[in-house]
Ligand binder design. Structure first.
Ligand SMILES: Nc1nc2c(c(=O)[nH]1)N[C@H]1C(S)=C(S)[C@@H](COP(=O)(O)O)O[C@H]1N2
Ligand SMILES: [Mo]
Length: 259
């Protein structure tokens, strides 16, 4: 990780590079170690690169983001629970968010719905909504944090995802779970988070069938991850060792996305 600083060989536009770097570092997903913002000095130290010696800092920030995934994965405590809240603390109305407006929320037909399963699992049968509702359920009142600058407390019910993964005979030593959604959104998570006790295949919101705007017929709820890692309208799930990326992740958002 540490290498010698290169001597400055040519006169580079240091000011614009620093401006670029500061803008990139302002993206919450590109901060190292959660809430502690990384300084430019710290950046140079960690990467062993003299940042005035790079034509663009983007490649380096991409590497840091990958390193950040590793560090966050390593820091993740599979037994530590995210805070839970009381009924009275629920945010009403709960905000809607998606990469499109509320008038474009997909309308998925419950009767036709099938949850497709693929990859490293022994039972690849597709699940109907009735079958999912017949599985053991629990509830959580937890905080959802969106990188766009808001957070809200909500109440979600559904099947513990660890139970579901075991039920389909998933290879629990696989690296990733990939989610494809009915609105062409997609995201993926690490196995440790998939098995976390608060990770839930969510079927209800506030005691009611999950409404379309919050992800009908089914979403994944994880209070240990940022909003964009919580896929709504899930239509297929794949267990895989091949890095799947995601809609926002492919545009530079940090893949691990811990909350
Ligand atoms: N299918 C799908 N899932 C999605 C998104 C989306 O656009 N499509 N947006 C994500 C983001 S950025 C947020 S903050 C939450 C918003 O969930 P909510 O509408 O229940 O508040 O959904 C996440 N999951
Ligand atoms: Mo979000």
């Amino acid at each position: 990780m540490f290498k010698k600083h290169h001597p400055l060989t040519s006169q580079l536009d240091t000011e614009s590079i620093l401006k670029d770097a500061r803008r990139e570092l302002a993206m919450p997903s590109r901060r190292l170690f959660g809430k502690r913002a990384l300084t430019l000095g710290g950046l140079a130290l960690l990467t062993g690169c003299n940042i005035t010696d790079e034509p663009s800092v983007n490649r380096m920030l991409e590497k840091i983001s990958r390193m950040n995934d590793g560090v966050q994965g390593w820091l993740f405590d599979p037994n530590r629970l995210a805070p839970t809240y009381t009924e009275a603390e629920i945010t009403r109305p709960f905000p809607f968010n998606a990469f499109y407006g509320i008038e474009e929320v997909p309308e998925i037909d419950a009767a036709d719905y099938q949850l497709e399963i693929s990859g490293l699992v022994t039972d690849k049968h597709a699940w109907t909504l009735d079958e999912l509702h017949r599985m053991p359920q629990n509830e959580q009142i937890t905080r959802h944090i969106c990188v766009e600058g808001w957070s809200a407390i909500g109440r979600w019910g559904g099947v513990p995802f660890a139970y579901f993964l075991k039920r389909i005979g998933a290879d629990l030593s696989a690296k990733y779970i990939d989610f494809q959604c009915g609105d062409d959104y997609r995201t993926s998570i690490d196995m440790a988070t998939a098995l976390h006790p608060q990770t839930q295949l969510t079927l209800t919101y506030d005691g009611q069938i999950l409404p379309p705007k919050y992800g009908f017929p089914m979403k994944l709820r994880m209070p240990t991850k940022l909003g964009y890692k919580n896929p709504k309208h899930i239509v297929s799930i794949e267990v895989t060792n091949k890095y799947p990326g995601g809609y926002w992740e492919d545009q530079g958002y940090n893949w691990f996305g811990g909350a």
